[in-house]
Ligand binder design. Structure first.
Ligand code: GLN
Length: 275
């Protein structure tokens, strides 16, 4: 599985978000702490960020190599700052190509998307072909097909609804051996973050300067006990203020499984995807 994060708030450098945190994306590329499938994320990495003063579409830096091997990224990451960033490290699903075009974030217009999970690529492609006017995926990787489905859905629906629509549609597709799809999506348009939990981990931390949504906490301010499943759905379904947490002082909140998260700089809202 991959690991991903998105930041929305006061400008932060790419280094502050991905390289510097003790258990951040760089560390997660070789030693993730909560990954449920796979052990390392060495099949590529990517970062997308917005510079609205220059253009509405985000910039992207993607490589099909482990993040820790790219010294040039580390060198420039401290010099680029943005108020909205989405980044991912990749552990390619068996059978999927390892190439830059298969590496998140995927982009379309002002959108960025990452997929942590796995879906039957052939069945997803059939679903895509059934939608008139749907864009062609950048790669035959399952995640690229998921992205193309999302681009099509966003042409009809507001972003949160489009994300939920894609996850619920794809959740019906199993692998040939019956394995259910895993669909943790992370999406932004530069003004909001939309994410799903569908069989993998996700946490967020909100504060006065912004909100960070990530597959796993990037520091030690968490008890690391993966308490998501212990949180009542009542809490998850409520209109959480950005200050909700696990009841400890960590500031990190674990999102329960099968939920939709919608965040802007003012609040974070969780809702069940299945009720
Ligand atoms: N299936 C996607 C890929 O191959 C995502 C993999 C993952 O979450 N590890 O890139």
């Amino acid at each position: 599985m991959c690991r991903h994060l998105a930041w929305l708030g006061a400008p932060r450098t790419l280094a502050a978000l991905t390289v510097d945190p003790p258990f951040g994306l760089l560390r997660q590329s070789w030693a993730p702490r909560r990954m449920r499938h796979g052990t390392i994320n060495a099949d590529g990495f990517g970062v997308g960020w917005y510079t609205p003063a220059l253009r509405p579409e985000p910039a992207r830096y993607r490589r099909a190599v482990p993040m820790w091997t790219d010294a040039s990224y580390e060198s420039i990451a401290g010099t680029i700052s943005s108020s909205c960033v989405l980044a991912a490290v990749r552990s390619a699903t068996v059978g999927m190509p390892v190439e830059e075009t298969a590496t998140a974030p995927f982009t379309h217009g002002t959108l960025l998307m990452s997929h942590n999970g796995r879906v039957n690529a052939e069945a997803a492609m059939s679903e895509l072909l059934a939608r008139p006017g749907a864009p062609v995926p950048d790669s035959r990787c399952d995640s690229a097909i998921v992205a193309a489905l999302l681009w099509e859905s966003t042409s009809r629906l507001p972003l949160p609804k489009a994300v939920a629509d894609v996850v619920l549609t794809l959740s019906e597709l199993t692998e040939p051996d019956g394995t259910p799809a895993r669909l943790n999506l992370l999406v932004t348009d530069g003004t909001q973050i939309v994410a799903t939990t569908w069989r993998d981990t996700l946490s967020y931390r909100a504060g006065p300067d912004g909100v960070l949504v990530a597959s796993e906490p990037d520091d030690d301010d968490s008890d690391d006990s993966d308490s998501a499943s212990d949180d009542s759905d009542d809490k998850g379904d409520s209109d959480d203020s950005g200050n909700s947490n696990n009841g400890d002082s960590s500031g990190w909140f674990d999102v329960p499984d099968l939920h939709l998260l919608v965040a802007d700089t003012r609040k974070v809202t969780l809702s069940s995807l299945i009720s």
